[in-house]
Design a protein around this ligand. Structure first.
Ligand SMILES: Cc1cc2nc3c(=O)[nH]c(=O)nc-3n(C[C@H](O)[C@H](O)[C@H](O)COP(=O)(O)OP(=O)(O)OC[C@H]3O[C@@H](n4cnc5c(N)ncnc54)[C@H](O)[C@@H]3O)c2cc1C
Length: 383
């Protein structure tokens, strides 16, 4: 069986890794960038957390943790930094949001704790956070992040290549070959390749699915990213802090810098998102930089003199119900691996699901919650 995987981010490389371990599967991964992990994955905060609102999400995260543990136990350049995740509210409305978030946590996740703003410095060692500004906080101790997104992508891709997969960087898929409603392959650099197609192209998934005649129930949300260099060294690597009112999230990097990103909080993130062309030039508007810095400073005044050393824009995908869309579609020969963000945590399980479906005709236990057919108007070609 030939399988063509489109996209060399964390999801595509995981799919290639899982497929390459099966006998009789010839895998080719196509990445249009010159290096793997050069888009969303390379800009990610690459964090893991054992929290979620439903069992499927948590089972997928567990699969991911187990595989990352396995990789790290082998000779590996993956480095993991444990860190707490703290959601902070600065208003009564924010406190209610935090209480709702905690009430929605599935018991399979790790325990979290509600902390009164006035007690923050009694309970946590976070001197950089101004206690007086915090109304309430949600403390999630079981979190952490990988130092380098590239190390994850290579953990998958190098193993896939050793098992015989072809990893073609600098190679763009420009068309999908469809005959009588069935996908038969894809075109790269003017050359036709035959095989089942797995689309793992992050924010480009909609455009590629269009070529196969599949209208994806997936949209993208724009994130604004800043990297700050504090004027004085911080007393600790900052935990991951999310301000619930503004959606601004920041965490320390081991080199002392601080990664900040912003997505507008929305009751319904899918409704607030749109199908975008990620190739359109985009930059962080000055007004957004200003309001991000203002919000960061109000929580962590030590960062008020920090220098902005890097700005960027990234896109994160959104689905109508917050679960990924993975596996068979109603176009035979075309499988999808699209996310509602959290790709670093779900990519390992997504690789496993796609492989079981393609190789074993096994829908997997995740099937009802992540199949495209859960949405009205969509079917799949489950054998
Ligand atoms: C700021 C930020 C913080 C985040 N934090 C976390 C976190 O802490 N934990 C977590 O789990 N998730 C997090 N995420 C989300 C996570 O990073 C993404 O879900 C994940 O990286 C998406 O991976 P992907 O492989 O689907 O997409 P991408 O990494 O975008 O990969 C898709 C690839 O497809 C390639 N491609 C596109 N079109 C073609 C074509 N025609 N031919 C060939 N190749 C093509 C692109 O070049 C790209 O490399 C974060 C995201 C951002 C932006």
């Amino acid at each position: 069986m030939n399988v063509l995987v489109i996209g060399g981010g964390i999801v595509g490389t995981s799919v290639a890794y899982h497929l390459s371990r099966r006998d009789g599967v010839d895998v080719t991964l196509f990445e249009r960038g010159e290096t793997l992990g050069c888009e969303t994955t390379g800009k990610s905060s690459v964090g893991l957390r054992q929290y979620g609102t439903d069992e499927t999400q948590l089972r997928m995260k567990r699969y991911g943790k187990r595989l990352y543990n396995e990789f790290m136990a082998e000779a590996s350049d993956m480095r993991y930094e444990p860190t707490e995740v703290i959601h902070v509210a600065t208003s009564e409305a924010g406190r209610e949001t935090i209480e709702r978030t905690r009430a929605s946590e599935h018991p399979m996740g790790s325990p979290s704790e509600l902390v009164e703003g006035s007690e923050l410095h009694d309970v946590l060692v976070v001197p950089e956070i101004r206690e007086g500004s915090i109304e309430s906080a949600l403390y999630r101790p079981n979190g952490g992040y990988f130092r380098s997104p590239e190390s994850l992508v290579h953990a998958f891709a190098d193993r896939a290549a050793s098992a015989g997969a072809t990893v073609a960087t600098g190679t763009e898929i420009t068309d999908i070959t469809v005959r009588e409603g069935r996908v038969e392959g894809a075109v790269a650099d003017g050359e036709r390749h035959a095989g089942a197609v797995v689309c793992a192209a992050g924010p480009w998934n909609n455009a590629i699915a269009d070529m196969a005649g599949v209208d994806l129930p997936v949209r993208q949300e724009r994130l604004h990213l800043l990297e700050l260099e504090p004027s004085e060294p911080l007393t600790r690597t900052l935990p991951k802090i999310r301000h619930v009112e503004t959606g601004i999230t920041f965490r320390g990097r081991p080199n002392g810098r601080v990664l900040v990103y912003h997505a507008e909080p929305a009751e319904d993130p899918y409704a607030a998102a749109d199908v975008v062309d990620p190739d359109e030039p985009a930059e962080v508007p000055e007004s957004v930089t200003y309001s991000i810095l203002e919000s960061v400073e109000s929580i962590a005044p030590t960062l008020s003199d920090a220098e902005v050393v890097h700005e960027d824009v990234a896109y994160t995908s959104r689905t109508p119900d917050g679960n990924p869309v993975v596996g068979w579609t109603d176009t035979p020969g075309f499988s999808i691996a699209a996310l509602h963000s959290r790709g670093v945590q779900y990519a390992p399980a997504i690789g496993d699901v796609i492989t079981r479906q393609l190789v074993n005709d096994d829908p997997t236990t995740h099937y009802p919650d992540i199949s495209i057919s859960r949405f009205d108007g969509y079917a799949d070609d489950r054998p």
